[in-house]
Design a protein around this ligand. Structure first.
Ligand code: NDP
Ligand code: 2IT
Length: 448
């Protein structure tokens, strides 16, 4: 049995009730096989993979809060501090009813390699709660955030662990969390990223994940001798990542014809209107079906995902496993030749097998999440730099750095894939390129 198989089998025995984590770990370990084989003796001697797959620590706690009617509730809160070999733990907080330890461990493990790919000094972490912000008043969200931070503040800090947003955690939540951290510690420090511009936030952080996704897609498409301009694009989700993917793809001349939420999707043959989308999602916090009432010619498909529509490029920007094997079949049958992941692990294992087959047969392009959506955390790291030097950079400066980072990630991922004999396989390229730096730092720092 190979070293990666041994480590995976052990992990399965230890964590049988964590399917999402096991799935992510298996995919990562499998694709690390070429680099592991090349360094097997050193890695084994240092128990490198055994350490890499276990978080340094997991903090879990209860979060009691009171709703507007005076009824008390208790949610679960977590922070997974996965790996600090190359920098302080860094990664978002997710508030969604599906959140549990397995999902946060999968996200945390992905985050280690993603953060490494940015080339910036940030380790991997993730956290969140099974709290659902949908339908809650601002006051309820504030009380929840204050209670969550009343426990979390003991474990984070600008040089130890720097959370940010993810699903269900945007500018409003980060503001409330920051206020409570400051109140409890008396410190005005860059302990969170994605902050408002008036209290240490970075310009372009709001846009960063969606813009970065489109920058790297553009680079990959160019690498295949094609252009983004004039292409038809499907986007799923209608939150932070989806909104700015729509905006940048449209600016670069593509036509985005879909957005969605968990209840259904919108098809707009004239191209999604970014201003209407933002009014509905950022201002009114309403459901996406409202878009069809506002924009003539658009149609709402209740209970369906957008993957049956014709397109050139698909940018899944909602959640994990939203593209199954049969969705991937539909996409490819309808002419899709490129997928880049804005969400974390949106394609399930069958879908990825399907893309791989199409890559070998006809040059299908696939950029996995840890490379494609790294722009968000990259600009978070730039926010940390600005906070440390107590300066704010201009939008253009941050956007330029973001673009350079995404172009470099593309180069690094594609040359690493080539170096290990997997040219064009960006899954292998991204995992190995991210892992190399983390492995090197872990070996240098000894058995910790
Ligand atoms: P938001 O909360 O802003 O938006 C999430 C969107 O996804 C909403 O449209 C939501 O619909 C939809 N969605 C969430 N859960 C499900 C589900 N189970 N089924 C179908 N649709 C769902 O989150 P973000 O835009 O920030 O995050 C989207 C994805 O991008 C996540 O995978 C996140 O981990 C990833 N990501 C985010 C980054 C960031 O900077 N924000 C950085 C890198 C990755 P509804 O309102 O109906 O729930
Ligand atoms: O998945 C992700 O990379 C994020 N949610 C962003 C993390 C961050 O620290 O900005």
């Amino acid at each position: 049995m190979s070293y990666v198989e041994e480590v995976y089998q052990n992990l399965e025995k230890k964590h049988p009730a964590e399917p999402e984590f096991l799935e992510a770990a298996k995919r990562i370990l499998d694709s690390l096989d070429p680099i592991v084989k090349a360094h097997e003796d050193v890695y084994r001697k240092n128990a490198l993979l055994e350490r890499f797959v276990e978080p340094e620590r997991i903090i879990s706690f209860r979060v009691p809060w009171t709703d507007d009617k005076g009824v008390n509730h208790v949610n679960l809160g977590y922070r997974v501090q996965f790996n600090s070999a190359i920098g302080p733990y860094k990664g978002g907080l997710r508030f969604h009813p599906s959140v549990n330890q397995s999902i946060l461990k999968f996200l945390g493990m992905e985050q280690i390699l993603k953060n490494s790919l940015t080339s910036l000094p940030i380790g991997g972490g993730k956290g969140g709660s099974d709290f659902d912000p949908h339908g809650k008043s601002d006051a309820e969200v504030m009380r929840f955030c204050q209670s969550f931070m009343t426990e979390l503040f003991k474990y984070i800090g600008k040089d130890t662990d720097v959370p940010a947003g993810d699903i269900g955690v945007g500018g409003r939540e980060v503001g409330f969390l920051y206020g409570q951290y400051k109140r409890l510690t008396g410190l005005y420090e860059g302990v969170l990223t994605g902050k408002g511009l008036s209290f240490g936030g970075s310009l372009a952080r709001t846009e960063a994940t969606g813009y970065g996704l489109v920058y790297i897609t553009d680079e990959m498409v160019k690498g295949a001798g094609k252009t983004l301009a004039g292409k038809t694009v499907l986007v799923s989700g209608s939150g932070n990542v989806a909104q700015y993917a729509v905006k940048k793809a449209t600016e670069l001349g593509a036509k985005v014809v879909t957005v969605s939420d968990s209840a259904g999707y919108i098809y707009d043959p004239n191209g999604i209107n970014f201003e209407v989308l933002c009014q509905i999602k950022q201002v009114e916090r309403a459901r996406i079906k409202v878009y069809a009432d506002r924009v003539p010619g658009s149609v709402y498909h209740e209970g369906e995902k957008p993957w049956g529509e014709k397109c050139d490029i698909a940018l899944p920007c909602a959640t994990q496993n939203e593209i199954t094997g049969s969705d991937a079949e539909k996409l490819i049958a309808n002419g899709c030749w490129c997928v880049a992941e804005g969400a974390n692990m949106p394609s399930d294992a069958d879908a990825i097998d399907r893309y791989e087959k199409a890559r070998v047969e006809s040059g299908f392009l696939f950029m996995p999440a840890k490379a494609a959506n790294a722009g968000g955390v990259a600009v978070s790291a730039l926010e940390m730099s600005q906070n440390s030097e107590r300066l704010s950079w201009s939008f253009e400066e941050v956007d330029k750095k973001l673009k350079d980072i995404m172009v470099n990630i593309y180069k690094n991922v594609s040359t690493t894939a080539e170096k290990y004999g997997h040219a064009g396989d960006f899954v292998t390229g991204a995992n190995i390129a991210g892992f190399e730096k983390v492995a090197d730092a872990m070996l240098a720092q000894g058995l910790v």
